[in-house]
Design a protein around this ligand. Structure first.
Ligand code: CU
Length: 366
């Protein structure tokens, strides 16, 4: 709604002579009729959309990662309540930090310090999530299938990309690298690559549910490792290109001889980017060919607790035949043992959500 309003005001400025975003304008001594508007106001309205939008892309990927990681670590997600609270905190904070995109737009420096404060607050729930993901892996019985590898990859890029967010969120540090390739590297690692990894994790994980067949695991490994190595190959050196001062959004930099010595690094980045792009063809081939020729799946290939894996493989209207299953427990009863050290269901390290609670279990604290 805010961006739409901004666009409507912009149309009024361009077509109907208003001055929402246009301040007093003089052209060759002639005074145009525009008066009192502010171009910075447009930036405010744009980034009021723009910042929360990157979290709209990232937060679902974080949720997918929690599910995939818990299932494949055969452990409950660590600090479940803290994980949920962190997602809510990030979602809320994302609406009051937009000014960190505008530290050099002519904004009042005091207002900049306020946006620095709210922006750096996001480091807290983000760190909670990173630590809890790692603690979920700790001493888990890790099943390193492609979905799990992409989830772990997400945690890696979420941390490496997030750390430079602390630099860019601080107005005094941001001013030095604002609008350089440092920002491009930060942003694409933490939001672009992380969100893509979450998307890939979700596709590899739920593909059997969608198409009743498995994707090829080995092609999944090829896809992951080439993508993971090339993603860092592209964005790690890019930080240094940015710190050397190369601006973003320029068609080419050949007019600036001082950047000539960075050409080799840019060529290296381009080569990694091309290889990363080719690796996505492996994924595309795997995805399409597996729809038709993949190994038929069993009911619950990842031995998951969540309800979708209790639905019959044949897709039915309403998902289940007859009565809809009842949920008796949370989704994370992996490797759960009784007092005598036995698994709750003997010989099976997971308890699906539709298995009734036993009385002695109710005392056990989740
Ligand atoms: Cu932002």
């Amino acid at each position: 709604p805010v961006l739409l309003s901004a666009a409507l005001l912009l149309i009024m400025d361009r077509s109907f002579g208003t001055s929402f975003f246009l301040s007093d304008i003089f052209i060759q001594g002639e005074v145009l009729h525009y008066q009192g508007g502010s171009p910075v106001l447009f930036e405010h309205l744009f980034w009021f959309l723009g910042h929360p939008e990157v979290y709209i892309v990232l937060l679902p990927a974080l949720g997918i990662t929690s599910e995939v990681m818990s299932t494949n670590a055969r452990k409950p997600i660590f600090g479940y309540r803290a994980m949920v609270a962190s997602i809510l905190a990030i979602a809320f904070l994302s609406t009051i930090v937009w000014g960190h995109h505008m530290f050099i737009s002519g904004m009042n420096p005091f207002l900049g310090s306020v946006f620095t404060f709210t922006t750096l607050l996001i480091a807290i729930p983000s760190a909670v999530k990173a630590f809890n993901y790692i603690t979920t892996l700790w001493k888990g019985n890790l099943q390193l299938n492609p979905a799990m590898l992409f989830s772990i990859g997400l945690v890696s890029t979420f941390i490496t990309g997030g750390l430079t967010g602390i630099i860019l969120g601080d107005s005094t540090l941001d001013i030095n690298v604002h609008d350089t390739y440092f920002v491009v590297a930060h942003f694409h690692l933490v939001m672009g690559i992380s969100a893509l990894y979450g998307l890939f994790a979700g596709v590899y994980h739920w593909f059997p549910k969608m198409f009743k067949r498995m994707m090829n695991k080995n092609l999944g490994y090829v896809h992951f490792w080439i993508t993971a190595i090339c993603a860092y190959g592209v964005f790690f050196p890019m930080h240094f290109v940015g710190m050397a001062g190369v601006p973003r959004r320029y068609y080419e930099n050949t007019a600036f001889p001082m950047f000539d010595e960075l050409t080799d690094v840019n060529v290296l980045i381009t080569v990694f980017a091309l290889i990363a792009g080719l690796a996505q063809l492996v994924f595309l081939y795997n995805f399409i060919s597996s729809i038709f020729y993949g190994k038929p799946t069993e009911q619950n290939p990842w031995k998951s607790n969540t309800l979708e894996w209790t639905a019959p493989i044949e897709h039915l209207h309403g998902n289940w035949e007859g009565k809809i299953p009842e949920v008796h427990r949370w989704a994370y009863d992996y490797s759960k043992t009784q007092d005598n050290g036995e698994y709750v269901i003997p010989g099976q390290d997971f308890v699906p959500q539709n298995i009734p609670l036993q009385q002695d279990e109710e005392e056990l604290n989740h």
